[in-house]
Design a protein around this ligand. Structure first.
Ligand SMILES: NC(=O)c1cc2c(N)ncc(C(N)=O)c2s1
Length: 318
């Protein structure tokens, strides 16, 4: 095969493998059997072996990077990763709603989202390519864990549009993976992780990406850091935009026209929580209109237009 033909074949294989990966890990609706995916991956690995100049950073073969790092370098976030104020009761939610309506007017609607119990991360894309993944750190400076985040299959290496943006999400370990990992640890006489959040954090802190790749981590993307540049006018529209780019967002989100509806959503999930395949520790409630978010602004560390309702800590049955 000559270089020109190889270039065309490599491009086709990238598109096919990215699409099949998206269907399997983001939509959970694979359209081809695993054997077909593996066959195409083997073809791409072989072609990259014959034509090394065709092996690119964003190739599906490059998800699990080679070298073992000796440390994580520090990186500065383009915009601060804020933390959320907490609500612990219905009254706290009504007080939040009153403050929002005082600051942004009576006609306000909210978006309710499950608060994933994992590790907040920031993902940077340049011209559609995943270029940097970082932990939250202190909100301004985080750690560069790009190599480990690349191993999470629901993180696209290339977006469906060549946009430059920074998105926020929560990396987490599904409960089944957590139970499997702890069983293996106990069989090896190792200390098990206390909960999936610690297991996810411990996995993303591995200096060898091949170890992180074995931990079956996942992510839900939930925000756009530079949302002003995208032209969307509401948070819910921003989440739909993230879906259209190929990101995995959480489908349980709900737009609520009043705090009463928010309280209903919170009560509903208090009972349904155990049915989820991942841990949540609350519900995030955000003002939907970006103009109203702008009007409300932020305190030094938290947005005035969002709050996290925290579920009561579960009694640990010893
Ligand atoms: N600290 C934060 O700002 C957030 C933390 C989280 C979290 N752990 N899970 C979901 C969301 C969300 N859907 O917005 C947020 S937002």
């Amino acid at each position: 095969m000559d270089l020109q033909l190889a270039e065309k074949r490599v491009k086709d294989l990238h598109n096919l493998l990215n699409q099949y990966n998206y269907e399997y890990h983001v939509l959970d609706q694979p359209s081809v059997p695993d054997a077909e995916y593996d066959r195409l991956m083997r073809d791409l690995i072989e072609l990259e072996g014959q034509f090394p100049e065709l092996k690119t950073e964003d190739s599906p073969t490059q998800r699990v990077g080679g070298e073992i790092l000796d440390m994580f370098e520090k990186v500065e976030h383009q915009s601060q990763m804020l933390s959320l104020g907490n609500a612990f009761s219905e009254q706290d939610l009504r007080d939040f709603d009153r403050r929002v309506r005082q600051g942004a007017g009576e006609n306000v609607s909210y978006v309710c989202e499950l608060k994933i119990d994992g590790l907040a991360v920031s993902l940077r894309y340049e011209d559609g390519l995943f270029t940097l993944g970082a932990t939250r750190g202190d909100g301004s400076i985080g750690e560069n864990i790009t190599a480990n985040l690349k191993t999470i299959r629901s993180i696209p290496l290339r977006l469906k549009e060549s946009v430059t943006m920074e998105v926020r999400g929560e990396a987490f370990m599904p409960r089944r993976s957590f139970e499997k990992l702890n069983k293996a640890k106990e069989e090896n006489g190792e200390e098990p992780f206390a909960n999936p959040r610690n297991a996810a954090a411990g996995s993303l802190r591995q200096l060898d990406p091949r170890l992180a790749a074995k931990r079956n981590l996942d992510i839900f993307v939930y925000g756009i850091a530079n949302v002003g540049d995208t032209g969307v006018v509401s948070h819910s529209e921003g989440l739909d935009y993230l879906d259209s780019l190929g990101f995995k967002t959480n489908k349980e989100r709900k737009r609520c026209e009043s705090i009463e509806k928010v309280i209903e959503y919170v009560q509903g999930w208090t009972d349904k929580r155990p049915n989820l395949s991942y841990d949540i520790d609350g519900i995030v409630i955000k003002v939907d209109s970006l103009e109203s978010q702008e009007q409300l602004g932020t305190t030094a560390k938290s947005p005035r237009w969002a709050i996290a309702y925290k579920f009561p800590a579960e009694e640990v049955v010893t």
